[in-house]
Design a protein around this ligand. Structure first.
Ligand SMILES: [Fe+2]
Ligand SMILES: [Fe+2]
Length: 184
């Protein structure tokens, strides 16, 4: 039986209301985190679209089939896989920067954010576990294109978790970043 994908319970996330009433300037100053996340959101959507095309091509659907036929299924899967791998490495390095600089700076600026930051930290660990697993699947799928379905399942799960993490992070620490003028 397949090992379930690592996940979390969104209902147990701590929240803070300390920064709910801040001014527009301070709020705008914390927007850089959202701008960085938007780049990853775009990347996630692009990888998703490429994977969809390969899946459709493998299933013999319309234009995607033609594109995949010209490229060859194995090459199409390898290309999609390396695109996916690049994005995963970028996300991993974004989280390492937050772990090393952003969260510690916020802990110093406001000890009241401890609960939220502990939770964000623990979500990074879950995402990391999923990225390691996805990495293994990327290697496996280049040897065996039949594992494409597993890759799509793991990637779709990663995308859902990451998009949820981004929103939670922006809502809970965006204001604090602006008020304390902490930049990534
Ligand atoms: Fe994060
Ligand atoms: Fe982030």
């Amino acid at each position: 039986m397949a090992v379930p994908l690592p996940d979390w319970d969104e209902s147990t996330r701590p929240t803070t209301s300390t920064y709910d009433e801040i001014g527009a300037d301070e709020r705008a100053a914390g927007q850089h985190l959202t701008a960085i996340h938007d780049m990853y959101r775009q990347g996630l959507a692009q990888v998703s679209a490429v994977l969809d095309q390969v899946v459709d091509g493998a299933a013999g659907l319309g234009e995607a089939r033609e594109a995949v036929r010209q490229l060859g299924l194995r090459t199409a899967v390898e290309r999609a896989g390396s695109f996916c791998g690049q994005l995963c490495r970028a996300v991993e390095s974004h989280h390492r920067i937050e772990d090393a600089y952003l969260y510690p700076a916020l802990r110093i600026a406001d000890s009241g954010l401890g609960g939220v930051l502990d939770r964000l930290d623990s979500e990074h660990l879950v995402v990391h576990e999923l990225l390691v697993r996805l990495d293994d699947t990327l290697v496996a799928v280049t040897r065996d294109p039949d594992r494409l379905g597993v890759l799509v399942e793991e990637f779709t799960h990663l995308r859902r978790l990451l998009e949820s993490h981004f929103v939670y992070e922006e809502q809970q620490i965006g204001g604090a970043l602006g008020v304390h003028r902490i930049t990534v």
